[in-house]
Design a protein around this ligand. Structure first.
Ligand SMILES: [Zn+2]
Length: 521
């Protein structure tokens, strides 16, 4: 037998969670064609993987890369790929810009610019397929579409805060179906963000039923702001039951409260979640505002900041959260419009100036909204963090996903470090899980759960997305101070049979495809 590429002498971890085994791996025409003892096989290219782990390329189900990854001028676009990630899902938090044009497209882009930066393309695409056409030939990784609820709702209802009427709901169902026909399986939600924060549970059940027809699933950044964590989880279970659909909760972790909630959810529907495993979140500052202050999108919020009464009410809410909320022990600005606040902590700046925390936050909003991107450090200790990461990684319904962002001055280290940190901490330093389990949570489990066909496992007939890494040294280097330090320990990353990263450096090849999750086998 002659093949294109032969990876010889490595230790195969196949993505299923099963024990590692010694095997060679053959690739022809971008597909895994044989795995086993292949000593008699000849190859166009032979890669010596002696002493290395050969694993399926990782799959990131929640990553804000979709504009950066298609923008060949973006210097940060490889932050995820360098860790061995070979497939990115679009529309995390339901974000998207299809079926919009003109001012609504501009406004929605503004509202989400904290995660995507300056628009490198004309924004607004008339259809799902036209949007997905930006990827082939431009990206090193595969792209899996998801249904972006915020664009679906915006296209039908604009910034309205009301429920859709029957005709409007039918139009939203049609747009959802268009995405599913374009290859999506998952309806994705960001229920703290405008305009999705005003979606009703019935609307979400109705749209989930459309996804259910395609054997799809429902994934959400749940309604922390609108309902609080516990009730927001319970709304997700109601949607799972109401639409008879598997549900997935974005960027969560296991602590006493969530462990009980997930146990409750598992008794009611089919549940999973993802975690990036850092003790800090990252989003724009306006997300701390009450929903009435965010309603109508960024232009409306700016207008309210000019109204003294509304401004005072917003300041009071911000002040309370910055003083009392353990989720926001330290809030550090990592990107803004004017460069005034970058790298500085809100509470420290307020103390320096002798003004309340809320007043300082309002001043940032006045000069920077909607671009002020913040990192929200929770109150943790090294011991509590170790306990939390261990419990999270051991939860059978957990997968790793970064929530990474690839624009702006600075960011959160998860964009360059999430997957590598999961192995460094979870496997080597904490001994929480085996390397096989870690890789399952980063490849096979997300592929199965998000119904991505023929990806996520090293199996004959599957797409040749492969990472070759050194299990002893594979690690993140990104820190709070230097969030864009590249990971180490990755020899090679292969996408559809083509090497995209070699010895820690991008090769410049762009073999990524859009994966149609509804294509018949
Ligand atoms: Zn989110």
């Amino acid at each position: 037998m002659h093949v294109d590429t032969l990876i010889r002498g490595g230790t195969v971890i196949d993505g299923s969670g099963a024990a590692a085994f010694a095997a060679d791996v053959a690739i022809t025409d971008g597909v895994l064609t044989a795995i086993g003892d292949l000593r008699d096989v000849t190859a166009g290219e032979t890669i010596d993987a002696t002493g290395r782990v050969v694993a399926p390329g990782f799959i990131d189900v929640h990553i804000h890369s979709e504009i950066a990854i298609a923008d060949t001028t973006n210097p940060y676009r490889y932050g995820s790929v360098l860790q061995g990630v070979t497939t990115h899902l679009t529309a995390p938090d339901g974000f998207g810009w299809t079926h919009l044009s003109g001012d609504p497209a501009r406004q929605l882009w503004d509202g989400l610019r904290f995660a995507y930066g300056e628009a490198p393309f004309p924004i607004g695409w008339p259809s799902a397929r036209e949007y997905l056409a930006i990827f082939p030939g431009n990206t090193p990784v595969n792209v899996v579409p998801q249904v972006p609820h915020c664009a679906v709702r915006m296209a039908v209802l604009g910034w309205d805060t009301r429920a859709p009427d029957a005709d409007e709901l039918r139009r939203m169902e049609d747009l959802t179906r268009e995405w599913l026909d374009a290859g999506a399986k998952c309806l994705n939600l960001g229920l703290d963000y405008q305009p999705s924060a005003f979606a009703t549970t019935d609307e979400l059940i109705a749209l989930s039923r459309v996804a259910r027809e395609y054997d799809g699933l429902y994934a959400a950044h749940v309604r922390y702001n609108g309902l609080g964590r516990a009730e927001a989880f319970r709304e997700t279970w109601r949607i799972g039951e109401g639409a008879d659909i598997p549900v997935h909760i974005s960027h969560e972790r296991i602590d006493a409260e969530s462990a009980a909630l997930f146990a409750e959810g598992e008794g009611r529907c089919d549940v999973s979640f993802e975690s990036y495993l850092y003790p800090a979140g990252c989003t724009h500052l306006a997300l701390m505002l009450p929903l009435w202050a965010q309603a109508g999108g960024p232009d409306a919020t700016r207008e309210r900041l000019r109204d003294p009464e509304a401004r005072a009410a917003m300041r009071a809410v911000l002040d309370d959260k910055l003083n009392n909320d353990p989720m926001r022990a330290r809030v550090v600005c990592v990107d803004d419009q004017t460069g005034t606040y970058v790298g500085r902590e809100i509470q420290a700046m307020a103390e320096e100036e002798g003004i309340p925390f809320g007043e300082l936050a309002i001043r940032i909003l006045e000069s920077e909204h909607p671009y002020a991107l913040m990192v929200y450090h929770r109150r943790t200790t090294p011991e509590s963090l170790r306990e939390e990461i261990t419990a999270t990684l051991r939860h059978p319904r957990m997968m790793v996903a970064s929530d990474g962002m690839y624009s702006g001055v600075s960011a959160h280290p998860r964009a360059y470090g999430c997957f590598a940190q999961a192995v460094r901490l979870g496997v080597r330093e904490y001994g929480a899980i085996s390397l096989e389990t870690a890789i399952h949570r980063m490849s096979g489990y997300p592929a199965e759960r998000f119904r991505i066909p023929r990806r996520g496992f090293l199996r004959e007939g599957y797409g040749a997305d492969v990472v070759i890494l050194d299990a002893g040294t594979y690690a993140d280097r990104a820190t709070w101070e230097e969030p864009r330090l590249e990971p180490v320990g990755v020899d090679r990353v292969i996408v559809n049979g083509t090497t995209v990263v070699l010895a820690g450096t991008p090769t410049g090849t762009l073999p990524g495809r859009v994966i149609d999750c509804n294509a018949s086998a």
